[in-house]
Structures are given as structure tokens and as C-alpha cells.
Design a protein. Structure first.
Lengths: 426, 307
């Protein structure tokens, strides 16, 4: 990659109101704005001015309720990613736009048409974060009752991506093997007439963690969004993925490892820690209990919060696999920890991602040290709450990264493939 | 009288130059002040899904077309209600309540082939699946009350849990549990646009806007009288298709017509000329429902239609 494109890649994960479950309550958070076009336009322009590669939105295919009760204290509505990225495309010219879309409850024709549309209206900036769906409530929204077994989900995902690529290749005049239209999973007779995607197809992004997931990512992905709580964990993951990619005859530099990183920045270290503490304290007991309830598919709010977990009832009625839930709650059950104390601790470190707390200078040091150690190719930033934490990063950390020549000062091309240094499709 | 048209990417609008041409065309059409823009193509006189997928295109288009209602033509027999309901909720929010949807059966054979063998359907079964698709999607919007969101930072109350529910929709083709992971759209339901030339015309589902093919003033007036008695169109805004067998001047003579839909994917000059000829419609900066004088739908779970 050219030096002008920088060694550090930045993605902005702008889901909902930010990383911390209680962050929406912060005095400077704007929870109503997540329903407004103007907010997304402003975020898109800001991230583009800061020369990020891309904006990413996650997605789910189920309501956020636990056994039928939707939480009242969590800021849950997260809007459809295609919609938000398409709106952002109308006011930006460079920043990449990555939508999370499942291969489990979708069809290749529809997903291919949608990404071709996003790539067209953004003129070559679309990326697809390919996921499979494992939430036990999702099948019920699609007329089914059982989830696909995990290895089958990945087999379907592989066949899905290959079939979708035939649609894109056909539309853009790229050579493709039409045999992928007829597989164990799909019996497709013809492709659709849609506008050619300027990149040929979206950049393929994955988030594989398990063995099946890593194999799929090694074969398919051009970038990976993953958790990496420590530098060592990041390096182990990146080394493993690069080895798997090389084994398949692909260039290890053709896959960018982009671990999630939450951030809370302060003018001094003490100020940053005070901000972190303050945002954690906004998550009151009921909010934290709702947060864990959603994660196990069991409504804990109906029990005394200072009491012990009713583990027998939970195991009998939780919507997630009982074995997984028992394992997750075992430390609390064994130690007799109360529901609220365990939930408070659980909500402090959401989703296993690293959390950076410190000054702008320290954050630049942190990022540089990970890059130098080969622990990642960049970061998928998850602001503690929106929009303030992202604004602070763009204003105070980005200039430091540019001064250190880690981050590009200007885009080196118009497409997401350009930002990732991927080169044109063969 | 209301003015409507369809827009689709022309086959020649490829590459960066084609994109600029498409963008300019949209802005010129916006300047001609139509009331409704349908994102879709035309085949054999019927509206078909466009060459840029409608639900992804719509949020981008509403960045170019600032005032008109914008509806996406979608395959009615292939989409999944959960995805469509989720997308249209977000689209209605980011377009300021200007969103509409137009599920169509037209051209379904070609789309069947792209979705695969399991999607093949006989023409005779299409209206029932169309009906079920729309009912399931609307049921998911009903999984949230219009006033479910509270967003009180000081109290920590984000929403009222009692106002979000599983709907357990079960139909002949679709089943969906809910709740939707998206709030009820600002318009309750985005505008439902129907082409009465489509296979789906056998459906009785209430449309917000209906496009009608006629060949004479007398036929138009007689048909409108009949449509005003039919459950699917009694309360609909009825737009006469013009530009083919039926001229704009003739449409202006039809008693009971609410407006016209210009066929033939017209350019901005044609739209502006039509606008200049037609009786003016009130200026509207509000939602699509407000523009067309359509009531908010009632949520069957609460029997309320909050404005």
C-alpha cells in the first residue's frame, strides 16, 4: 500500500447511540437524533473529513425483547443499515459504507440487488459485513421455528456469497462461474437486470470467531471486524487469520483485521476515567438487568433484583440454549451474587471489545503500538456514546494520527477498495 | 390535481457520467414539483421494480428530491415482511415521513427465476400472496404503538414496554412473530401505492394511492364510481395514467379523479409542462399522508391513530 494511504485504517461503528448501554442518558448524548436524517448526514460528513475508510452499521433479525418483554430503559431502536448508509451516501463522496446483512434469512437475488444499489448510489463505496443469524427468536420472524445448525449456517453463507457474486459479475461484465447459481442451497435459474456496481461487487467483510467462522473469513473476506480485548489476543487472531489466508493461496495483505475498540477520551487521564465512570453510572440497576435479560432471553425484571438468580426457572424457560445460559450465569450462581450486582458488572464490558480510556495522545500511542506489534490493521471505533465521543476523536486524535503519518491526510481514490488498498477485482 | 411519475435508471446511464446524468435528472424533476415519485420501471403498461433496488435507492433519492412523496416499487411475491417492515420504518424516519411502497406482481416470472424454484407461483395465486405479504408487513408495524418512545434521559425511561408487543402474525404464506426491531413509522404505515393494472388488483386491501388505466373520460368516470364503492379503493387517492392511450387533457376532464400519473418514465421538461397545465395542489412540507389528505392508520392493538 502506498505510504500516502497510511498504515492505520479506521472504521466507525455507528450503531444506535453508542457503545455503553446507559450512554444515551448522558447530558451530551442525542438519543432523539438517531431518527433524523440530519444526524446521519452530519456524522457521514464528519467521518469523511477525518478520512476514515468506512462507516459500519450492525443489524439484528429479531425484536429486542426477552420472552416478550421489550426493555424500557435501553435505547434499542437501531435503524436498518442500508437505509442509513444510503442516506449518508447522498452527502458524502469518499467514505465507505458497510452494511451488516445475514445470509441465513435472505436470498442471494435480493442481497445482490441491494448491494448493487448501495454501490451504485455511492459510486463504489459499498461493503457487506457478512453474518449468519444465531439468535433463537430470529427464525420465528421468518416463518420457521428452528435455527440452522452452525456448520450448516456457514455452508449456506459460502454458497450464498458465491451465488450473489454471479449476480454482480453478470451485471458488471466480470467473468463468473454460473454453476454457483445451482447448489445444495439455491436453485437459481437466472440473474436480475440491475445497475452494475462500480466496484464490481461490495467489499466483503466478515466477523468470524469460531473455527467455521475463521475458515469462511479466510476464504471470503477482505476485511474482518472482530473483538480483541488485548493486544496479545489481537496479534494471535491476526497471525492465525493471515496464516489461514496464506494457506488458501491468498495474499495475507489482502485481508484487513479491524478489531472493535470502544473509547472514552478526556483532556487528562483522570478526566477520561471520570468520564468513563460517569457513563457507567448512568446504567442503573434495572437497565443492567434488562441488558442481561435480553442476552439470555429471560425476563429477570420480574424477580427481586437484590436476590439470587432463579437458575432452575431460567434454565427451564430461557430462549437461548440452556447450556450456554447456565455456563454464563454459573459464576454468579456459585458465588451467590445478586442479580443486580452481576448485571451491573456484565453491562460494564459489553460485547467483549477493548475499551480505551485516556487522553488523545495516549489513544494515538495505543493505536500505534497495536499497529507496530502486528496486532491489527486498524480499528473499528465504537464511541462510548454519540455523537460527542466520535467528535472528540475526530477533532483531537485524528490530527495526531495524521502527524505521525499513520492515517492518510487525503483519500487516494474514490472507492472503498481504494481505501483498503485492495486493487481492482480480477 | 396531484401529479405522479415513475423514475428508473436508463440502460445508458452507466459509469460516473451516467450517475451524474441520473442525479441531474432527479434534481430537475424535483424542481418541476411533482407530488409523488415512484421508483420503478414500466413493462407492458404496468409498474415493475426498478433497476436500482427500491428500498436502498429511496433514502438516497430523498436526498435529491426534497419535497415529493417517494414510493419504491418492490417485488410483492419475493420479499420478506420482516426485512421490508424494518427498512420502511427507517426510510420513513429519514425521509421525514415521505415514504411509500408499491408492492407489485408484474414481471414476477423473471424475478421468480432469480429467487429460485421455491418462489415460482401461478398467476392465480399471486393476489393471495400479495395480500398476505402486505398484511404481515403492516402487522409488524403494529407491533409498536405510535407513542411507544419516551426518551426521558433524566428518568432513564426510553420507551414504554407495554406499547411494544409480539404480534404472532400467521397467514397462508407468511408467519412472523415480532416485535419489529424498529419503531412504528412516523406515518403509521408508509403510503401503500397500488397499480390497478397489476395482477394484485384482485386484492381487497385498502390502498392509499391507486393508479388507474383508462381509455376515455366516460370509462374513467364509471370506473371511479365503482372504485369508490370497493373496499380496496374507497378511500384512495385515484390517479389516472396518462401519456399513452389517454391524454393529460382528457384526464383533466374526469370528474372524481384526484390526479394523474405520467407514464413513459417522463423527463423533467414533460413533468414541468404537466405541472403547468394541471390545477395546482397545495404546497406541502409535511408527510406524504398530509400532502394527500390521507388519515393515519389505526393500530388494531390500541384502536388509536395518533397524529
Amino acid at each position: 500500500m502506498s505510504r500516502a494511504n497510511g498504515r492505520l485504517h479506521l472504521w466507525a461503528f455507528l450503531q444506535g447511540i453508542g457503545f455503553f448501554p446507559g450512554g444515551w442518558r448522558h447530558a451530551q448524548a442525542t438519543p432523539e437524533a438517531v431518527f433524523d436524517r440530519a444526524y446521519y448526514e452530519r456524522m457521514g460528513r464528519m467521518v469523511e473529513a477525518a478520512r476514515f475508510d468506512a462507516i459500519v452499521f450492525g443489524d439484528q433479525l429479531q425484536g429486542r425483547d426477552a420472552a416478550g418483554r421489550t426493555p424500557g430503559r435501553l435505547a434499542i431502536p437501531t435503524l436498518d443499515p442500508f437505509t442509513l448508509l444510503s442516506a449518508m451516501a447522498s452527502v458524502t463522496e469518499h467514505v465507505g459504507l458497510v452494511a451488516t446483512v445475514s445470509t441465513t434469512y435472505n436470498e442471494p437475488a435480493e442481497v445482490a440487488a441491494k448491494f448493487a444499489a448501495l454501490d451504485y448510489v455511492s459510486q463504489g463505496r459499498a461493503g457487506w459485513n457478512i453474518v449468519t443469524t444465531a439468535h433463537p427468536n430470529s427464525p420465528w420472524n421468518f416463518g420457521e421455528t428452528e435455527l440452522l445448525e452452525k456448520s450448516l449456517r456457514y455452508k449456506r453463507a459460502a454458497a450464498f456469497v458465491e451465488a450473489a457474486d454471479v449476480f454482480w459479475g453478470t451485471a458488471s461484465g466480470r467473468k463468473v462461474d454460473r454453476a454457483a447459481l445451482d447448489s445444495d442451497w439455491f436453485q437459481i435459474e437466472d440473474t436480475l437486470d440491475f445497475a452494475a456496481p462500480p466496484q464490481g461487487r461490495p467489499v466483503l467483510v466478515q466477523a468470524g470467531q469460531s473455527g467455521d467462522g475463521r475458515d469462511f473469513a479466510a476464504k471470503t473476506a477482505e476485511a474482518i471486524f472482530c473483538p480483541a480485548p488485548t493486544m496479545e489476543a489481537g496479534k494471535a487472531y491476526r497471525d492465525d487469520m493471515r496464516a489461514r489466508v496464506a494457506e488458501l493461496g491468498r495474499d495475507p495483505d489482502g485481508i484487513k483485521i479491524m478489531p472493535g475498540l470502544a473509547l472514552v477520551i478526556g483532556g487528562t487521564e483522570a478526566e477520561a476515567h471520570a468520564r468513563h465512570k460517569a457513563v457507567l453510572e448512568l446504567a442503573d440497576d434495572v437497565l443492567c438487568v434488562e441488558y442481561l435479560s435480553e442476552s439470555i432471553g429471560y425476563d429477570l425484571t420480574q424477580h427481586r433484583l437484590d436476590g439470587a438468580f432463579p437458575i432452575d426457572d431460567i434454565v427451564a424457560h430461557c430462549e437461548f440454549p440452556a447450556g450456554d445460559v447456565s455456563k454464563m450465569l454459573a459464576p454468579a450462581v456459585d458465588a451467590g451474587t445478586s442479580i443486580k450486582d452481576f448485571c451491573q458488572a456484565y453491562a460494564r464490558k459489553p460485547r467483549g471489545h477493548g475499551i480505551f480510556v485516556g487522553t488523545p495522545e495516549q489513544m494515538a500511542d495505543h493505536m500505534e503500538s497495536w499497529i507496530d506489534a502486528g496486532a491489527c490493521d486498524g480499528f473499528t471505533l465504537q464511541p462510548g456514546f454519540m455523537p460527542l465521543e466520535l467528535e472528540v476523536f475526530c477533532e483531537e486524535v485524528v490530527p495526531l494520527l495524521q502527524h505521525r503519518e499513520l492515517l492518510r491526510r487525503d483519500y487516494q481514490g474514490p472507492t472503498l477498495r481504494d481505501h483498503l488498498g485492495l486493487g481492482a477485482l480480477a | 390535481m396531484y401529479l405522479s411519475l415513475s423514475i428508473d435508471l436508463a440502460p445508458g446511464e452507466t459509469g460516473a457520467e451516467g450517475f451524474r446524468s441520473f442525479t441531474t435528472r432527479l434534481r430537475d424533476i424535483d424542481a418541476a414539483a411533482p407530488d409523488l415519485v415512484i421508483l420503478g420501471g414500466e413493462r407492458d403498461g404496468a409498474v415493475v421494480p426498478g433497476r436500482i433496488e427500491g428500498l436502498v435507492n429511496l433514502p438516497w433519492v430523498t436526498g435529491q428530491i426534497a419535497r415529493a412523496a417517494v414510493a419504491a416499487a418492490l417485488p410483492a411475491l419475493h420479499g420478506l415482511p420482516f426485512h421490508v417492515a424494518r427498512a420502511l420504518s427507517a426510510i420513513d424516519f429519514v425521509s421525514g415521513g415521505r415514504a411509500g411502497w408499491m408492492p407489485v406482481c408484474a414481471n414476477h416470472d423473471a424475478i421468480d427465476r432469480a429467487y429460485g424454484a421455491a418462489y415460482a407461483i401461478a398467476d392465480g395465486d399471486a393476489p393471495a400472496k400479495y395480500d398476505d405479504f402486505i398484511r404481515a408487513t403492516q402487522a409488524l408495524w403494529d407491533s409498536w404503538d405510535q407513542d411507544a418512545l419516551i426518551i426521558d434521559k433524566a428518568r432513564g425511561d426510553y420507551l414504554d414496554s407495554a406499547k411494544v408487543r409480539r404480534v404472532e402474525y400467521r397467514g397462508p404464506y407468511f408467519a412472523t412473530m415480532g416485535p419489529l426491531n424498529a419503531a412504528r413509522p412516523p406515518q403509521g404505515y408508509p403510503l401503500l401505492v397500488r397499480d390497478l393494472a397489476d395482477l394484485s388488483s384482485a386484492s381487497d386491501l385498502p390502498a392509499d394511492i391507486a393508479l388507474l388505466d383508462v381509455e376515455s373520460v366516460a370509462e374513467a368516470e364509471a370506473t371511479i364510481v365503482r372504485l369508490r364503492q370497493a373496499p380496496g379503493t374507497a378511500g384512495a387517492v385515484i390517479l389516472l395514467k396518462t401519456g399513452g392511450a389517454f391524454a393529460l387533457e382528457a384526464a383533466m376532464q374526469v370528474a372524481g379523479a384526484d390526479g394523474v400519473h405520467l407514464t413513459g418514465l417522463p423527463d423533467a421538461r414533460t413533468v414541468a409542462a404537466a405541472r403547468a397545465m394541471l390545477p395546482a395542489t397545495p404546497e406541502s412540507d409535511g408527510t406524504a399522508r398530509a400532502r394527500f389528505g390521507l388519515a393515519m392508520p389505526t393500530n388494531p392493538f390500541t384502536q388509536k391513530a395518533l397524529v
